[in-house]
Each structure stands twice: as C-alpha cells, then as structure tokens.
Write a protein that binds this ligand. Sequence first.
Ligand code: GLP
Length: 240
Amino acid sequence: MKVIVCKDYEEMSWQALEIIKQELLKRPDSLVSFPGGDTPLGTIKKFVSAVNCGDIKIDRAKFVSLDEWVGLGKEVYGSCQYFLNESLFKPLKYSFAETFIINGAADDIEQEREAHEKFVEKYGPIAVSLLGIGLNGHIGFNEDGVDFSLNTHITPLSEKTKEVMGKYFNTEHKLTHGITLGINQIMEANVVIVIANGSHKAQIVREALQGEVTNRVPASILQNHPNCYFVLDQTAASNL
Ligand code: GLP
C-alpha cells in the first residue's frame, strides 16, 4: 500500500489523475472504473481536460461504473449515472471504445447485475479502479460485513450509508439497496486508487490503512492489494 499525502484537494486530484494517466499510457486498451460521490469530482474534471487536450487517449479504453443506488435512474440528480453523465461523459470530446454504466432503475436489476459482471469479465481485469471511501469504510457499495469473494452484487445499504445519502439527493427516494462491483473484481485490478479528503474521513482512513484486515472495514482488504495507492489530503491523513 502506498500512501500519498497531499496538501489539499486540488493536489490529491492531480496525483490521482497522474496515476490513471500512467496506467492508460502503458495500457491504452484497458478497462477503467470511476466512482460517483463527491470525492472524485476534481480528478474527473482533470481527466476530462487531459483527454480533451489530447494528453490522455481513450479511444481504445473501456469504462465501467463502480456502483449505483438501486431504484435511481440517469435522470435523478445524485444518482451515480447522473453524476458520471454530467461530470464525465457530457464534457468529454472523445468517447471510450466501450462503456457500461449501471442503470439503477433497470426493470430487471438482476439482469443488470449480470450484464455488469459479464462486461468486467469480457474487458477486465480492471486496469485502474478509482475509489472513494465511505464513513463506514465501504468501497463502492461493499458495505461492512461484505463477503470479500463476491463479484458484482446487489446489497442492502448499511445504516451509515442511509444516514449520509441525504447529501446526494432528496431522501424522499426510499432506497434500500445498492449495486456494486465486488471486492473480488477490485482486488484483481492492476492498480487501485483510493482518494479521500476532509477531516471526517480521517478516522476511517486510519482504520482502513492501519487497522486489522476485516470485512467490518471493507477498504482494509486493500492492505493485501499489491498495487494500491491511498491518495489523501492532509486532513484525511491526520490520524495516521
Ligand atoms: C458512496 C458510494 C461510493 C463512494 C463513497 C464515498 O455512498 N457508494 O462509491 O465512493 O460513498 O462518497 P463521497 O465521495 O461522496 O464521500
């Protein structure tokens, strides 16, 4: 595990972009996966600029989304699909060779799960898996207590996730489940990058990096990943 402590959010976003860029330079036809949420916004903005000015080529690369709230479609502000459309796909001047964005509002969510898993099977293993970390240590919707051997799966939301989901959208959406890339697929990724900023993440970052490896803190499994970066701003790193 490599820990990179940055002076602020801006530098954290640059550092994450640099790792993504190096991977795509080495493997231009590879599969990348980005999350939704607040943390990746800066990295994704910089990624878009780098692609649009020709610094990063994506015409042979493939993209798969990390996770989604079951029940939310692309038109719902706060869904991961909405976020990725607005921050990544609309401003991009070029397209990935192939993309799979989870539709949380699919009529048959099990079929959607299967299609996501098949996409990763076909184009994977993932070259770069960019992740945020939840306050309970979840990555994607791999919630506390997750089975580390799972691939793409549908899972009940933890109480902590239900507490914080109001920051993304109106909680009139009565959500109970998430759909997510599994820990097994994340652990198979060539490079994993966890980005975290803000003092509210300091405690869980410490547990993930320096605590025991346990499914009570899903991100702690990354201690066993051979090529994982935690890219943190100073406040998120303040308990290390
Ligand atoms: C959310 C998502 C994750 C995200 C994490 C952190 O609930 N399921 O994919 O990375 O929690 O979110 P944020 O970046 O908004 O803190």
